[in-house]
Write a protein that binds this ligand. Sequence first.
Ligand code: DX5
Ligand code: ZN
Length: 221
Amino acid sequence: KQTNVIAPSILSADFARLGEEVDNVLAAGADWVHFDVMDNHYVPNLTIGPLVCEALRNYGIKAPIDVHLMVKPVDRIIPDFAKAGATVISFHPEASEHVDRTLGLIRDQGCQAGLVFNPATPLHYLDHVLDKLDLILIMSVNPGFGGQSFIPEALNKLRQVRQKIDQSGRSIRLEVDGGVKLDNIAAIAEAGADTFVAGSAIFNAKPYSDTLAAFRRRLAG
Ligand code: DX5
Ligand code: ZN
């Protein structure tokens, strides 16, 4: 298991002041920026694209940008995000005709590659691609919106994936996304996650430094 990473989802940030919001949350102790891309087709919502990712880089954001693509088809947008400064690019296997090819494309573009599992997506997609993965993202809500409640079955899935990663001996991050709060992050870590996305829990409470410190305390046990 790798060092814990907290990745605030900017979906719940104030988009009118996005650069400042990202600066503030990083200064408050966040590690990564989680960047949710929704296309109103694969998921029922429409958000932001490579233009905004590039704008954050130009604004001076240096932290890793963790791009979560909820977009179908997915391949076309990958080079654009790589050019825009993405660090990690993750996609849903249902959104790709050729999962192995899409993972290869992400790494060829110089980014780290992640595969995302919806609550009802089976884990067998992992069976033949572990060597092409830098991150596995387990959704603990159905994708599309911030502020939904954590689906407890995700804990079982995290335990299963943790076992697969450990058995593989590879350094693959295990990320969780959806409904992560102060009262469940310890159980989520215990199930094997090392990378925690939180949107509403962080951006709906001020100051951000208090929430991030409280998350760290619960992660430290
Ligand atoms: C949902 C997004 C999440 C979302 C999380 O489709 O992938 O990243 O912003 O928000 P919270 O933490 O509020 O559930
Ligand atoms: Zn996300």
